[in-house]
Design a protein around this ligand. Structure first.
Ligand code: 8YV
Length: 325
């Protein structure tokens, strides 16, 4: 018997939707554009569970329109679109999907670095457009072997990127709010933020977006980097001042940027960043493998169904409200 009223505010993998459908009456918005706010409010009036997405702002106003809500689950590890304190005040647990996307996101992050360093995409463009004339007039990149990788934000994904970098013969330094006890095991040396900016040949950003971290890479930070630096952002576009990044790339303050995330996102087709020759951008595909997105969706379904049944969520961001017998 279907017991619960649930709103799914965006597309969802079929396996997880089937699981939710078997226990819940589901209203789903499965169009490309984000669900209109007024429709979402209308649907939330009797909803007990919400599957949110990164483009839905979950704030006090939304929660005020959802008087029966008992759980929110989202298929992402990041939750910068969510006011967690507002959820906690209302006793609503918020579930995310840490852990299950680590290797896929690390692959993409390191793949961006490798692709930028070796100009793989430029080489393909040359071949595909019939401009492969000889083996000299081809895109030239840099060796990763022997270079220093600076990881800003050494969480689970950062550690997985460090492993890949070490396997390629890179030195790894990192900066975090605090030093990791296992950093020797990771083969990564803890350094101050400014030292990382100055020493790294390649910088990978894997920091969660929060009011404190928004814009942490601006003019001053790019000015501290090597002019040969490669800058990789696979976390959130809002960590970077986009205009400052554009200027740094244009003026040769840094050498190259490879981004899986941008601000704004999606990036409009006429955005100035797209006119630069030293930038590579992918459309936020860090977790976009079939296996990983299925695992994320199933964990989201598990979080949702646990919350609806009054059980602890397997992955909860606000554990203080995670168990309400
Ligand atoms: C995607 C991510 O945003 O988990 C995150 O925080 O950034 C990515 O996995 C998301 O899963 C898109 O649905």
């Amino acid at each position: 018997m279907k017991k619960y009223q649930v709103v799914v505010a965006g597309k969802m993998r079929a396996c997880a939707l089937a699981k939710i459908n078997s226990e819940c009456h589901v209203r789903q918005w499965d169009k490309i554009e984000p669900i209109p706010r007024n429709l979402l409010y209308e649907w939330l009036a009797d909803a007990e569970g919400l599957v949110s997405t990164g483009d839905v702002r979950v704030d006090d106003e939304l929660l005020a329109h959802a008087p029966h809500l008992r759980v929110i689950a989202q298929a992402s590890v990041g939750y910068d679109n969510v006011d967690i304190a507002a959820c906690t005040r209302r006793g609503i647990p918020f579930g995310n999907t840490p852990g299950v996307l680590v290797e896929a996101t690390a692959d993409l992050t390191f793949g961006l670095l490798l692709c930028a360093a070796r100009r793989i995409h430029e080489g393909w463009n040359q071949v595909a457009s019939g401009r492969w004339l000889n083996n000299h007039d081809v895109p030239f990149g840099i060796d990763l072997y022997g270079k220093t990788l600076g990881i800003v934000g050494m969480g689970r994904i950062g550690a997985a990127v460090a492993r890949r970098a070490r396997a390629c013969g890179m030195q790894v330094i990192y900066h975090n709010r605090s030093r990791r006890a296992d950093d020797e095991h990771l083969g990564a040396a803890y350094v101050a933020f400014d030292d990382l900016l100055a020493q790294a040949d390649c910088i990978v950003v894997l920091v969660p977006l929060s009011p404190a971290s928004r814009g942490m890479f601006g003019r001053a930070e790019f000015a501290k980097m090597k002019r040969t630096a490669y800058f990789i952002n696979a976390a959130r576009g809002g960590l970077v001042d986009t205009q400052a990044l554009y200027d740094a790339l244009k003026e040769g303050q840094i050498a190259y940027a490879a981004l899986d995330v941008t601000d704004p996102e999606p990036l409009p087709g006429d955005h100035p960043l797209l006119t630069l020759p030293n930038v590579l951008i992918t459309p936020h595909i860090g977790s976009a493998t079939h296996e990983t997105r299925d695992r994320m969706a199933m964990l989201t379904a598990d979080n949702l169904l646990a919350g609806l049944a009054g059980r602890p969520l397997p992955a909860c961001v606000n554990p203080e409200v995670n168990y309400r017998p």
